[in-house]
Design a protein around this ligand. Structure first.
Ligand code: UAG
Ligand code: ATP
Ligand code: API
Ligand code: MG
Length: 488
């Protein structure tokens, strides 16, 4: 229970009608979840406008409504509060309702096109290994100490976010590491959070369907840093030319990490093999189990955060060197053939290029690299030809397939991808919309010592078609098919 006026702190009120002393039992931004005593926050979305459901919310028992425009019909039983921006107000209200849990934790947010899950997961595992009670909010899974809570988004909505942070506080967590997607920043899901620190990994082509321009995408990420408090730290990758942009207007302490530029946390890659990478950090040579140059950045970011949170640097390096990567990120699939099978969540042009470049570095004995790749439906169409072109450039054979077609026709998505295949590369490609058949064909084409990369779905255990998630697991299918074709 909370009193309405107490939870409106920082909501930028424009006008109010009705008592501000009402007791609020729940908060909701979805009219279908309203029960008696709920404060309903009406938010304008991408599909519909929450303001159209105010009447529905009142019928279901809402005792107060926060909105940008007061409805035509007003009930005497209900308090109406008009605010400047109801998405932003929702962030603050959710934080206030749950007692501002982020101020009772050391909360670190990680943003960037690629690497968020890897860095957040490394940090969670590192802090657990160092004996700390810790929470994790990630694309793959949410965790409160060892308890697992399924994740539906990379960054939960403001209510779920604060509810889980509050649970973390109640369960004794001192630290929490969370991914902050650009959608979440734009939609103000993290408004009202007190971050101890924020990390920027990189920014490359993605989500232009939503942000429209690359500048708008950069600015969404930058907002996380613009809103950091002066007691927090910003840690940015300055090998990415947008790293310094993130620091332009922040009040937080500015810290940098890099492999190629001058930086506060500087790494030097010594070697890169299928067993792991060797990197020099702070004059110490350390072996890590993660694979690929890009993971050197993720390790360096995790190291920087841990040191900035006051942990001993030697202890951090020792424990980091023992950690594995996040599920579905450059994960090798055990099988009874002599084929190296890799599943990776690369679903952007940059991620696909990084993974294939890494494979190229240790493919000496491999006769062929065979890539299975698709592109998501209802997502940035601009990625499609680029990803097909990168797959062709770095592979001997490419099977173009489906990856969560959602509401789109899988063959139309593949056609968009084919626009990136040059006439010379056409002979390398096969189209098989059925992802299981595509993986099977890759296994059928593979010979001893070849490498198969199945990209795009990583840890996902479903294929989303027309709103239905059908069970599908790249790792399971790839292992099963390779065993089927294993040569004596
Ligand atoms: C494009 C997008 O981000 N959409 C998110 C957004 O939904 P929306 O704006 O479309 O909402 P809407 O359906 O138009 O509804 C508007 C409002 O009316 C309300 N409503 C609606 C119907 C009704 O009967 N009553 C009612 O009150 C809704 O609850 C909502 O408050 O707000 C919802 C609640 O927070 C999210 O669940 C939803 O995520 C959708 C499912 C989604 O797919 N999001 C993806 C793109 C996303 O957020 N991805 C990022 C990761 C991206 C990355 O970095 O890779 C993530 O953080 O997961
Ligand atoms: N630092 C990095 N730089 C570039 N590519 C990376 C980096 N880290 C990981 N990748 C690639 O990006 C893929 C996704 O990595 P990860 O899941 O850590 O990113 P993410 O930012 O959480 O993605 P999402 O936006 O979907 O949540 C990996 O499978 C790998 O191919
Ligand atoms: N967080 C990303 C994940 C993409 C994963 C890929 N498998 C796809 O469905 O496009 C998104 O929602 O755009
Ligand atoms: Mg992620």
């Amino acid at each position: 229970m909370a009193i309405l006026k107490d939870i409106l702190y920082k909501s930028s009120l424009v006008s109010t009608s009705g008592s501000m002393d009402r007791e609020i039992s729940h908060i909701a931004f979805d009219s279908r979840k309203v029960t008696k005593g709920t404060l309903f926050i009406a938010v304008t979305g991408t599909q519909v406008d929450g303001h159209d459901f105010i009447g529905q919310a009142v019928k279901s028992g809402a005792s107060a409504v926060v909105c940008e425009q007061l409805p035509d019909e007003i009930s005497d039983e209900v308090t109406y509060v008009a605010v400047k921006d109801s998405s932003r107000a929702l962030g603050w209200i959710a934080s206030n309702f749950y007692g501002n849990p982020s101020s009772k934790l050391q909360l670190v947010g990680i943003t960037g096109t690629n690497g968020k899950t890897t860095v957040a997961t490394l940090l969670y595992n590192l802090f657990r290994k160092m004996g700390c009670k810790t929470g994790l909010l990630s694309t793959v899974i949410n965790k409160i100490n060892d308890e697992e809570i399924p994740a539906s988004h990379t960054t939960p909505d403001a209510i779920r976010l604060n509810e889980m942070l509050d649970d973390m506080v109640k369960k004794g967590c001192e630290y929490a590491f969370m991914e902050v997607s650009s959608h979440a920043i734009q939609q103000e899901r993290v408004a009202g959070q007190k971050f101890a620190g924020a990390v920027f990994t990189n920014i490359t082509h993605d989500h232009l369907d939503y942000h429209k321009t690359f500048d708008a995408y950069i600015n969404a990420k930058k907002k996380l840093f613009d809103e950091l408090g002066s007691e927090g730290f910003a840690l940015v990758n300055v090998d990415d030319k947008r790293g310094r942009i993130m620091l332009q207007n922040t009040s937080a302490t500015k810290n940098t990490y890099a492999l190629r530029s001058v930086a506060d946390f500087k790494g030097k890659l010594i070697s890169n093999t299928l067993q792991g990478i060797e990197m020099e950090i702070d004059n110490k040579n350390v072996w890590f189990r993660l694979i690929g140059d890009f993971n050197a950045y993720n390790l360096l970011a995790a190291y920087g955060v841990a040191v900035l949170l006051g942990k001993d640097s030697d202890e951090v390096l020792t424990q980091l060197s023992l950690l594995d990567g996040a599920p579905g990120r450059f994960e090798q699939v055990a099988n009874s053939s002599n084929v190296t099978a890799i599943v990776d969540y690369a679903h952007t042009p940059d991620a696909l290029k990084n993974v294939l470049e890494t494979i190229a570095e240790f493919r000496a004995e491999a006769k062929q690299v065979i890539t299975v790749v698709g592109c998501g439906g209802n997502r940035d169409k601009g990625k499609r030809p680029l990803m097909a072109s990168i797959a062709c450039k770095w592979s001997d054979k490419v099977i173009l397939t489906s990856d969560n077609p959602r509401d789109e026709d899988p063959m139309e998505i593949i056609k968009d991808m084919q626009a990136g295949v040059s006439p010379a590369e056409y002979k390398k490609t096969v189209v098989l919309a059925d992802r299981e058949e595509a993986i099977k064909t890759a296994c059928l084409l593979a010979d001893n010592n070849d490498i198969i990369l199945v990209a795009g779905k990583g840890h996902e255990t479903y294929q989303e078609i027309n709103g239905v998630k059908h069970p599908f697991d790249d790792k399971e299918v790839l292992g099963r098919m390779l065993n089927l074709f294993a040569k004596d």
